[in-house]
Design a protein around this ligand. Structure first.
Ligand code: FAD
Length: 383
């Protein structure tokens, strides 16, 4: 019989939050292994905003400069009327973000960012093709069982396993996430096609229609050669598909947003070749973030509709605070660490979750400093 390997900290899921947690825990001197169900990660067609709040976390793990070199640096987050083009708000980013919030605000292809996060981890601690299928909480450890029959024991288990988290299910029982009633269309656009419109596309702009329908459009590369949009559209009924996303089309985009759209929006629709449609899922605020040796972070803990562009940022902030709490208490006092983590994170993460779901962020002029100036590496721990 082969002996079961024991590890100190198991991070389940090597997504944006899990990969950050692994890097931060290693940086703090902990022994950690990360288990990911996917055989590998591919460059899925999607962009992401990373606020200065989280660029400070990337600074801590040595990735800030690299990501800042790859990503685009929008001068503003503009909100505009989808028909008239009227400016509803102009939120300063660019150099202002660096001087006022302490780090750059970037927009980047999420596959490029994730690849940098994974490459920065020692390869021997990232275990692809490891789908956790069961866990058993025992007196002095947790027994983890994977789909291929492999088992390991861990002193602590961090559930960074996303919206359908198995660790969440162990803590709170089975409950499917709720369809929010909203979908998002996602498309990468060739900047050359947009250039042929003769219009100058802003590097980060959210186009708004009635009932909060919108198209968020932004550059995903420093040289401006790739442009991306994600929509938010309410639909009748539920998400009827078995799959996580389905193909959409330029015609569907035209039917929803076309006709009387501003010429820049029409240019975006006309330049669309491949576009996919994704459901947005949700959960109520969880009553519990940890129990015993299990602890949640990111979408496993507080999923949200993506309209504030801070879901992954919250996962990465979680990772930073959890690491600091464990550093303060030491492994043996993990229950204190989990308590400090939740006390420090719950109010902020819930506030972001609520505003993101409401889809009001930066539609009108407002001061975003409470989100962007926050420093997860130095902010006081609570409790
Ligand atoms: P995930 O990224 O979902 O990672 C979970 C990982 O766990 C996955 O790799 C999965 O394969 C793995 N896993 C799951 N179950 C198991 C198992 N049983 N065993 C092993 N591995 C498992 N956020 C931003 O900050 N800025 C944005 O601009 C932004 N834009 C968005 C746009 C859209 C359209 C959407 C849908 C989301 C957006 N978000 C954005 C939110 C962001 O994508 C999520 O909040 C973020 O990915 C959550 O990270 P996570 O690590 O918690 O979960």
């Amino acid at each position: 019989m082969t002996e079961i390997q024991h590890i100190d900290i198991a991070v389940i899921g090597a997504g944006l939050g899990g990969a950050a947690a692994a890097a931060l825990l290693i940086d703090a001197g902990f022994s950690v292994h990360c288990f990911e169900q996917a055989p590998e990660f591919t460059r899925l067609g999607a962009g992401i905003h990373i606020g200065p709040n989280v660029m400070k976390v990337f600074r801590k793990i040595g990735l800030e400069d690299r990501l800042a070199a790859i990503g685009a640096h929008p001068s503003h987050w503009f909100s505009r009327d989808g028909r008239t083009g009227e400016y509803l708000s102009k939120i300063k980013l660019g150099d202002y973000a660096v001087s006022e919030y302490g780090a750059p605000y970037i927009t980047i292809h999420r596959g490029d960012m994730h690849a940098e996060q994974i490459a920065a981890l020692p390869s021997e601690i990232v275990h692809f093709n490891h789908r956790l299928v069961d866990l058993q909480e025992r007196d002095s450890d947790v027994l983890l069982s994977f789909a291929d029959g492999k088992q390991v024991t861990a002193s602590l288990v961090i559930g960074a396993d996303g919206i359908n988290s198995m660790i969440r299910e162990k803590l709170l029982g089975p409950e499917k996430p709720r369809f929010s009633g909203w979908v998002g269309h996602r498309a990468l656009i060739d900047m050359n096609k947009l250039a042929s419109t003769g219009l100058e596309y802003e590097r980060c702009v959210k186009w708004w229609w009635e009932k909060s329908r919108h198209i968020m459009a932004y550059a995903t590369k420093a040289d401006g050669s790739e442009y991306y949009y994600v929509t938010g559209v309410p639909i009748e009924g539920g998400w009827e598909h078995e799959t996580g996303f389905v193909d959409s089309s330029k015609e569907e985009m035209e039917a929803i947003f076309g006709g009387d759209a501003h010429p820049m929006v029409q240019g975006l629709i006309d330049a669309t070749t491949e576009v996919t449609k994704w459901p947005f899922w949700n959960r109520d605020v969880l009553s519990l973030w940890s129990r015993g040796r299990l602890c949640l972070l990111g979408d496993a803990c507080h999923p949200m509709r993506p309209h504030m562009a801070q879901g992954a940022c919250m996962a990465i902030e979680d990772a930073a605070i959890l690491t600091r709490a464990l550093t303060q208490t030491g492994m043996a006092q993990y229950q204190d660490a989990f308590r400090i983590y939740e006390a420090t994170r719950r109010e902020r993460a819930t506030k972001v979750q609520t505003i993101s779901n409401a889809n009001t962020w930066l539609k009108q002029p407002e001061d975003p400093a409470w989100v962007y100036a926050y420093d997860p590496i130095h902010a006081p721990l609570v409790g």
